[in-house]
Design a binder for this molecule. Sequence first.
Ligand SMILES: [Zn+2]
Length: 304
Amino acid sequence: MTDKTLIYSHLDCLQHDPGYGHPENPLRLQAILDSISDFEPAPLGNDQLVLLAHTAEMLEQIKAIAPIENLAQIDADTFMSAGSLQAAYRGVGAACKAIDQLIAGQRQHIFCATRPPGHHATSNQAMGFCLFNHIAIAALYAQQTYDIDRIAIVDFDVHHGNGTQDIVKAKKGLFYLSTHQSPFYPGTGSETENMPDNILNIPLSAGTGHSAYQKVFIEQVIPAINDFKPQLLLVSAGFDAHHKDPLASFDFSDLTYEWLGEQLNTIAKAFCQSRMLSVLEGGYNLEALTSSMQAYLAGIDKAI
Ligand SMILES: [Zn+2]
């Protein structure tokens, strides 16, 4: 296990249960916790932090729908159980506490192993397994608390982070870059979508594997980040582009994630005083989820 990465998680994040047979189930995080030696308990976030990225109406709706028992349904595949709200607040708290520690120079890379995921949650709508958009909240928290001029969010989850795009697109000083399978859920992130300069979508066809992805990353992702010169690097780390993943059709291996970790941390070292935060998004094959996360963390350790 890496000693360079601090991992935030919380047993409360096992209490979000979207129902029998749901791919985003507590076993995902249990598998991760079983595969790591230790983690720091994530603090609870609060409404003030949630409201950095989401509307008051949305927050009130989520609180109103949150069940005391059984399930509440938000959309076709997004559910809340009695423990969901607390789990989501842990995700918010973890991401913001991580920002504090990175800015204070106490850590260089922090990984938030929290769930539910966040990158599909828009400013006014929970969706796609996601309640609060932790990565966007972290970016806005860092911007407003620490007056950082340029923050990049790189999203390598196989799905487009429509929620992060929605929240970031109107914000100065934030840059959102996503590589994702397209056409695919949630239907956004195509080349024809008209987006401002601080959004870069790189849609890729089903079947994209290690070599093709490396080429795209070297030719498009790295130059775009180099141009932006971020002072802080945030990563939406989804592991559902793995060839074993049941939801998507990319062909990544553990090696791809190791390589990604090395590349991203090299960028963080070059521009961001090594300050890099990764937040767990997707990844639905338990074996691939843990092996690719370990490979990613090992790659981060390799960066020079
Ligand atoms: Zn995903």
